[in-house]
Design a protein around this ligand. Structure first.
Ligand code: SAM
Length: 245
């Protein structure tokens, strides 16, 4: 493994990436939810609903939502009858926003908020029923390590679900999407959060992320079984499901 990695299109020291990613979300935490709605015209809500439709939460299940940020997946899991959630994120400010929303929604102690790195989860082996990661895997320094951790913490019979930006398979649509993301999103980010670079990083990191098949192969390499992929909005995003059997 080299001591360099990518941060969007920049080449950076491997040990610097987590800090750079933390800075991105420190800067935008207060306006993160608003920006998601503006950037996607609310479509990210439909994608998250689709992820929960697929997960079909059960009252006996404990979800670990990694890179859970302000809690969108966690809240949906509980609203749909899931038992309990632990939201784990490397960024305290994102979790603080989530905790504030949880108080607003009177969820009480069904949701726990934990600072931790997806590559070194502060969670015991084989202890959770469901592991989810939404728009988070793209940000970790070592995807393989994060997937190995997901496998480690899942109980036998447990389910993994990743929701992430992916690759548009139709060439004409891909071109339009490319133009939209590189011209509109950083400008919108600059206006709403005052941080153009954070949203430049977002679009670059999407382009660098493995495509649907490559991510499925990485899951298989970590031992996941019954891997299934579902595209959302023509592949702008995709969901990967796998099981620890
Ligand atoms: C785009 S946000 C997604 C938040 C939430 N899952 C959602 O869908 O709205 C990405 C989150 O990943 C977190 N993150 C980045 N690198 C991480 C890591 N190595 N371990 C845990 N969380 C990380 C960031 O702090 C941020 O909250």
């Amino acid at each position: 493994m080299t001591d360099r990695t990518h941060f969007g299109y920049q080449d950076v020291a491997r040990e610097a990436k987590a800090g750079l990613v933390r800075d991105v979300f420190d800067n935008v935490a207060g306006r993160y939810d608003l920006m998601n709605d503006l950037m996607s015209a609310g479509v990210h809500r439909r994608w998250k609903d689709a992820a929960l439709d697929w997960l079909a939460p059960q009252p006996h299940q404990h979800l670990l939502d990694v890179a859970g940020g302000t809690g969108d997946i966690a809240f949906r899991f509980l609203e749909r009858g899931g038992g309990a959630v632990t939201v784990c994120d490397i960024n305290e400010k994102m979790l603080a926003e989530g905790r504030r929303r949880a108080n607003d929604q009177l969820l009480g102690d069904k949701a726990k908020w934990l600072v931790g790195d997806a590559e070194r989860l502060p969670i015991p082996d084989r202890s959770v029923d469901v592991y989810s990661i939404a728009f988070g895997l793209r940000n970790v320094t070592n995807i393989e390590l994060a997937l190995a951790e997901a496998f480690r913490v899942l109980k036998i019979g447990g389910r993994f679900l990743c929701l992430e930006f992916s690759h548009v398979e139709n060439a004409a649509l891909a071109k339009v999407y490319e133009q939209f993301s590189f011209s509109v999103l950083p400008a919108l980010g600059a206006r709403v959060t005052g941080d153009r670079e954070a949203y430049q990083y977002l679009v670059e990191s999407i382009r660098r992320f493995p495509n649907q098949q490559d991510l499925a192969d990485k899951l298989q390499a970590q031992g996941f079984e019954n891997i299934t992929v579902r595209n959302l909005s023509a592949g702008i995003a995709a969901m990967h499901s796998g099981w620890r059997l």
